[in-house]
Design a protein around this ligand. Structure first.
Ligand code: SF4
Length: 188
């Protein structure tokens, strides 16, 4: 899939506004990227398409893994249980020490090999005996619409949602994400 196609099929978002100079500004994180048509933000996964900001990675995962919840690391949340870790691609930070740099700084959409609806992710967690799903590998802030829908699908099945995030987020986006999370680890 070429890069424009991932924007063309992108998921609508609402946390942005129009600027007087014709650009649109993404309001999800403090970078507040100001975008011309067809341009992507710093995170590379939110971009402007047909005069609106879309999320290019909705429903597409960079991979899944079953981990102990202590690996997130959370030591007092469902201790001793497995968690389904998954992520997408892109990040709103550019840490040079990132241990997941190949995912978080990916510019290759081929990284997003697996199509996974929110229901698919939640049902995979149930099938694999996981008590929770963790949004990890890259920061859920940049894919918050997908993370929220996965969290809703998980809660409907009795599965909890965990955010692993740097917390680099604007208040409105934080308020959209946090009520759907059952636990969080905020670090780099
Ligand atoms: S979420 Fe991405 S596009 Fe939006 S302001 Fe942050 S880095 Fe820019």
């Amino acid at each position: 899939m070429d890069l424009d196609a991932t924007l063309e099929t992108g998921h609508p978002t609402v946390l942005w506004h129009r600027l007087a100079d014709g650009r649109v500004q993404c309001d999800v994180c403090p970078r507040e990227c100001r975008l011309h048509e067809g341009q992507r933000g710093f995170c590379f996964v939110r971009g402007r398409w047909r005069d609106a900001v879309v999320l290019a990675t909705y429903g597409r995962s960079s991979g899944f893994c079953v981990d102990p919840i202590e690996k997130k690391p959370l030591n007092h949340f469902l201790p001793g249980t497995p968690v389904l870790s998954f992520g997408t691609a892109g990040c709103n930070l550019g840490c040079r020490f990132c241990q997941n740099w190949d995912i978080s700084r990916s510019r290759a959409v081929d990284t997003l090999a697996d199509a996974a609806s929110p229901q698919d992710v939640a049902e995979a967690a149930v099938r694999l005996g996981c008590r929770s799903v963790a949004f990890t590998y890259n920061d859920p802030v940049v894919f918050l619409e997908y993370a929220v829908d996965v969290a809703i699908a998980c809660r409907e099945r009795g599965v909890r949602a965990v955010a692993v995030t740097a917390g680099y987020v604007n208040p409105a986006a934080r308020d959209a994400l946090v009520p759907h999370m059952d636990a969080a680890n905020v670090d780099l």
